[in-house]
Design a protein around this ligand. Structure first.
Ligand code: DX5
Ligand code: ZN
Length: 220
């Protein structure tokens, strides 16, 4: 089976020691660093802005996988690009024109991702798949870490895997929300190649990060 890339969500890190936490997950084998940006409007929580992304940038050379849960999003793309994001993922629901937003991310020289909420069908990607570098399937409703995996999303992952294979392009298929030891393997079997994990990475504190990441990869 594919060994997935692991993108720990720093939403579950100790916010008082974020730089140290990013260095610790980097050393523990994280492939990417997942940054959850929330605005208290598109989702019912407020988290991190571009200033924090910029402050964290010197702490790792791993790609910053920036998940924007903000609406409207277009006016913030440049700030996150300049702060050091490598992949910028947006929600079509955050509107107003997701196709335009994807082009804007690419024009900034960054990889563009589109994220689908649990109730959003895979069909949403029909006219986007040829333009994106990543599809993020939300397996919880966005807003908080520590929620339970919604298993209906496995069928959506399978459907999107077929769309990606048919496209013939290199597109990552990432799953976000409730990914832990009991759900990671099903996500990979369904066709995911990147797993976001907040709670499951940071559980137990720094001494456990390497084992937690290896276990999620299925190599621990
Ligand atoms: C939810 C965020 C997720 C979340 C994952 O809106 O996009 O990245 O923090 O957290 P866990 O892995 O704890 O479900
Ligand atoms: Zn996320």
């Amino acid at each position: 089976m594919t060994v997935p890339l692991i993108s720990p969500s720093i939403l579950s890190a100790d916010f008082a020691r974020l730089g140290e936490e990013v260095r610790a997950i980097d050393a523990a084998g994280a492939d990417w660093i997942h940054v959850d940006v929330m605005d208290g409007h598109f989702v019912p929580n407020i988290t991190i802005g571009p200033g924090v992304v910029k402050a964290l940038r010197p702490h790792t050379t791993k790609p910053f996988d920036v998940h924007l849960m903000i609406s409207p999003v277009d006016s913030f793309l440049e700030a996150f690009a300049q702060a050091g994001a490598d992949i910028i993922t947006v929600h079509p629901e955050a509107g107003p024109h997701v196709h335009r937003t994807v082009q804007a991310i690419k024009a900034l020289g960054k990889k563009a991702g589109v994220s689908l909420n649990p109730a959003t069908p895979a069909k949403m990607l029909d006219y986007l798949i040829d333009d994106v570098d990543l599809v993020l399937v939300m397996s919880v409703n966005p807003g908080f870490g520590g929620q339970s995996f919604i298993s209906s999303q496995l069928r959506k992952i399978e459907a999107i895997r077929r769309m990606i294979d048919k496209s013939g392009r290199q597109i990552h298929l990432e799953v976000d929300g409730g990914v832990d030891l009991s759900t990671a393997a099903s996500c990979v079997s369904a066709g995911a190649d990147v797993l976001v994990a907040g709670t499951a990475t940071f559980r137990g504190g720094p001494a456990h990060y390497a084992a937690n990441i290896a276990a999620l990869k299925g190599t621990g």
